[in-house]
Design a protein around this ligand. Structure first.
Ligand code: ZN
Ligand code: ZN
Length: 356
């Protein structure tokens, strides 16, 4: 297997003489080194990580695929000298994450044309959307932490707890058992609040018969997980059961359709059609899913406009929902990895309605 830097070089061949990577996540992806600053300068024949004194000792230990150099006070000159030494006439920059100010700075390097088109960002995203076995193992470890937290919560979930209590229980459990971070601010909503897809937990108290909607995830070694479960405290009404069943059917249908070659739009439509046919088309406003990896929202995206085709190794969420303002909402979110002939669900807990 080629290194990530070799794979990047293959995508840039003939289009740029070198590439300058400054985005924190892309730098970490290429080098395995987590830091809040630094430069990866990639040439076809050699790659360099230029990093300041705060990180240099660690970088020399962990970085294997590039030459580690300590950042000099005049970093522009240092970068320029390397470009000149390697005879580079063009350098690709990251159009999707680099600020205009920093891009302008790099154009001061003489004799090298800075390419601000989408070439480099797109190449890095293309690489990052296809997960290796090693990356999948990290995502699954993160997911396991989240599921263990849900298990522990369900043992004690009861009427009288607040949304904030629920979120804190999940967060504490994930952090206590090894999460390096939370994937995002945990969403825990109850009662009528559940109709707000991304509501913020507050002091609202769970009452008997309420839905509790929880959207949460853990980070392990940089990789995120993402799960939503809607559970009932006590007995749901007929309408709550019916709506839950429709969302679940929509999710199962999309899962069955997820395979290489299906577009993000077509995958979204499989779930959306189930919800529309059941008469709730207006109650599902967001897209079906998104990629998950070093970022909680990345490519590929499953939404009505996306023509991008799913490919083996893609990780994507399947999270249909029905939201009825003033009443309640249901979202069920699993995530899957696209395989050679279908998909494998990375979520280990079932999607049936749980009542506690
Ligand atoms: Zn989520
Ligand atoms: Zn999600």
């Amino acid at each position: 297997m080629n290194t990530r830097i070799e794979q990047l070089n293959a995508l840039l061949a003939g289009k740029a003489d070198c590439a300058l990577v400054t985005d924190d996540l892309n730098r970490r992806y290429l080098t395995g080194m987590k830091s809040s600053a630094g430069y990866v300068l990639v040439f076809p024949e050699e790659a360099y990580l230029i990093i300041d004194s705060r990180y240099i000792e660690r970088a020399r230990e962990v970085v294997k695929d590039c030459i580690v150099l300590e950042q000099e006070p005049q970093v522009l000159r240092q970068l320029g000298d390397l470009m000149h030494r390697h005879g580079a006439g063009t350098c690709a920059l990251e159009s999707m994450t680099l600020t205009l100010q920093r891009a302008a700075l790099f154009t001061r390097i003489e004799g090298v044309e800075m390419l601000t088109n989408s070439l480099l960002s797109q190449a890095l995203y293309d690489l990052r959307t296809v997960k290796s076995a090693e990356e999948l193992a990290k995502i699954e470890a993160a997911q396991q932490l989240a599921e263990d937290a849900l298990d522990a919560l369900l043992q004690k979930l009861h009427a009288g707890m607040t949304e904030r209590d629920v979120a804190l229980e999940l967060d504490f459990h994930m952090r206590r058992h090894g999460a390096e971070d939370l994937s995002f601010e945990t969403i825990a909503l109850t009662g009528a609040h559940t109709s707000m897809p991304h509501g913020v937990p507050d002091d609202r108290v769970i009452r008997q018969g309420d839905f509790v909607l929880m959207d949460f995830g853990a980070v392990v070694d940089g990789y995120h997980s993402d799960t939503t479960r809607t559970v009932c405290v006590g007995e749901p009404t007929e309408e709550m059961r019916e709506v839950y069943g429709i969302v679940r059917t929509a999710q199962d249908a999309a899962r069955a359709a997820a395979k290489p070659g299906i577009s993000g739009a077509d995958l979204d439509e499989v779930a959306r059609a189930v919800i529309r046919d059941a008469g709730y088309g207006d109650a599902f406003g967001h897209s079906l899913g998104h990629g998950v990896g070093l970022e909680i929202h990345e490519f590929p995206v499953a939404s009505p406009q996306r023509k991008t085709l799913m490919a083996p190794g893609n990780v994507v969420t399947i999270e249909p929902g029905i939201y009825l303002p003033g009443k309640f909402g249901v979202r069920i979110e699993d995530f899957v990895v696209i395989t050679e002939d279908g998909c494998r669900t990375l979520t280990g807990i079932p999607n049936r309605l749980v009542c506690v």
